[in-house]
Design a protein around this ligand. Structure first.
Ligand code: SD4
Length: 292
């Protein structure tokens, strides 16, 4: 078990998110609070066009958000295809803690948010998203480009000093997706899975390719069977490639995992994936290896 909390999160924005997570952990001692607060930082980052209401819209010009949260005892909550909510991760946590359900989507998620007192934000694109959308509309081609359009979702997994695990994942999903499209991030077992008895995993990249293999659940189950987090992430990437052969050159996906002993692993389909790893005294960005 770690001496203090260990926090891992996807991509460069994982660095400031980890700082927010560690700070919160110091205040409350809760790994759940830490992973929620950490990704809230990214949900507000105006430079991030793949998370939060400033994210790139769907092809109708509407930004819709997906998020999930889970703890190692099996508690989980998520929201999908939700509009006008600044912190979908907090809404996902409310679904987990205040409803008998795991997942709320679309208008129902928004109604629940209103009932819980979440402020509804004005529905308008951020200046950067508007500019990108106007440019995209000139050709309206739907072809996600790896490491450009599909990067930047934040997935965060953490362990406290007693070995308890929690994770969070939040995104505006694929840019210019069809209206109503839901990715892997709010799907428990695809974008996120956490089990104190085995480990935790989160995913980023083309959601369809990740859903197809139940990516995060697969990694946690492989760790349960004794694979290291690194071996488990590599096996999940191999599986993903085997089920997405036709267009694998255009598909990026990356996985990040921790096992119950605090060992860490990461692997991606293509180069370019990285993650941030923090404890009480350090916070570093690490490049993931990749299959190709
Ligand atoms: C999705 N997995 O909605 C998300 C997108 C993503 O980095 O990870 N972007 O498919």
């Amino acid at each position: 078990k770690a001496d203090g909390p260990l926090i891992l999160s996807t991509w460069n924005h994982g660095l400031p998110a980890n700082v927010a997570a560690i700070e919160k952990f110091k205040q409350t001692g809760s790994i759940l609070d830490a992973v929620e607060t950490g990704v809230k930082d990214t949900e507000l980052d105006m430079d991030n066009l793949s998370v939060g209401l400033q994210g790139l819209p769907d092809r109708e010009g509407i930004t819709t958000l997906d998020a999930s949260i889970m703890t190692g005892d099996g508690s989980c909550g998520s929201v999908a295809f939700v509009r006008q909510i600044k912190h979908p991760i907090t809404l996902a946590r409310a679904v987990m803690e205040k409803t008998p359900h795991v997942m709320l989507a679309g208008e129902g998620a928004r109604q629940f948010a209103i009932a819980e007192g979440f402020p509804l934000e004005k529905e308008e694109l951020s200046p950067k998203a508007q500019e990108a959308y106007d440019e995209w509309k000139k050709t309206s081609k739907y072809k996600p480009v790896i490491n450009i359009e599909n990067h930047d979702t934040i997935g965060m997994i953490g362990m406290d000093d007693k070995g308890k695990l929690a994770g969070s994942c939040t995104t505006s999903g694929l840019a210019y997706k069809m209206h109503g499209r839901v990715g892997d991030s709010p799907i428990i077992g695809a974008g996120l899975y956490v089990d104190d008895e085995a480990g935790a995993a989160t995913a980023t990249g083309l959601g369809e390719s990740i859903i197809r293999i139940c990516g995060s659940f697969l990694i946690v189950e492989l760790m349960r069977q004794g694979r290291s987090p690194q071996e488990a992430c590599e096996e999940a990437v191999r599986r993903l490639i085997s089920k997405n052969r036709k267009n694998i050159a255009d598909i990026q996906a990356g996985f990040l995992a921790i096992n119950k002993d605090g060992e860490v692993g990461a692997f991606a389909v293509h180069p370019g994936f990285n993650f941030a790893k923090a404890n009480l005294t350090s916070n570093e960005l690490i490049d993931s290896k990749s299959h190709f």
